[in-house]
Design a binder for this molecule. Sequence first.
Ligand code: NAD
Length: 250
Amino acid sequence: FLDGKRALVTGSTSGIGLAVARALHGEGAEIVLNGFGDESEIAGLCEELSATHSGADLTDVSQIETMMAEAGEIDILINNAGMQHVAPVEEFPVEKWDQIIALNLTAAFHTARLAVPHMKQAGWGRIITTASAHSLTASPFKSAYVAAKHGIAGLTKTLALELAEHGITANCISPGYVWTPLVENQIPDTMKARGMSRDEVIDKVLLAKQPTKKFVQPEEIGALAVFLCSQAAQNVNGANWSMDGGWTAE
Ligand code: NAD
């Protein structure tokens, strides 16, 4: 049902973004990929999804502007690229703070401001941002990430109100822990910050948060993104949709 619609999915060379790109492609959308990675793997993804790819670093405004100009008219904007860093606040590297705010929050403002003119003209658009359970609640040692994701929740609500009368919806999806490289890579730092073993971090920090005791699968987020693009979701606007096994219900 997305034939003729073009979707830009940021951070789609891995994890959640790739699953969302696959799900939207499955419904007929034309896909623009973004993200870093091995050149031949990215070429393989472009072939699989009949997609184009931008290697723009979204911490850099001028690279975002170039990506948006080259991508053309975007009907579905999936702001998904993100990164994490785990450290006590007094040791939190200042450059990591700046990088996380730039990528996890500011980039979504820039892509939205550049995508909205076409969406308004078309009278239809979807802006979906991968927020996090950390847009609703906090965990220690994640100051930049939690601040950025709370910011995404606020930006989403504002976009929803501004654009509602133009047939454009803005929502965010807030997963709990999804088994992707982003989660796997934070295990060593969490072991250090909390003095725990790898298994203890998985059981006592990660899955302890999720009452279902299961990691969310990237494909589940792809399916929700497809729903949010559908006609049936035309009145889902400004929502922060949790997919966290019940974590934030506590
Ligand atoms: P991931 O590390 O598997 O993928 C991140 C993607 O972003 C990759 O494609 C990477 O190349 C790209 N990327 C990284 N830095 C970039 C930059 N500067 N410019 C452009 N692209 C860049 O991570 P993931 O787990 O799939 O996370 C995707 C999103 O989901 C993030 O916003 C993350 O905060 C959010 N999220 C993840 C989880 C989880 O448990 N994995 C939970 C909640 C929210």
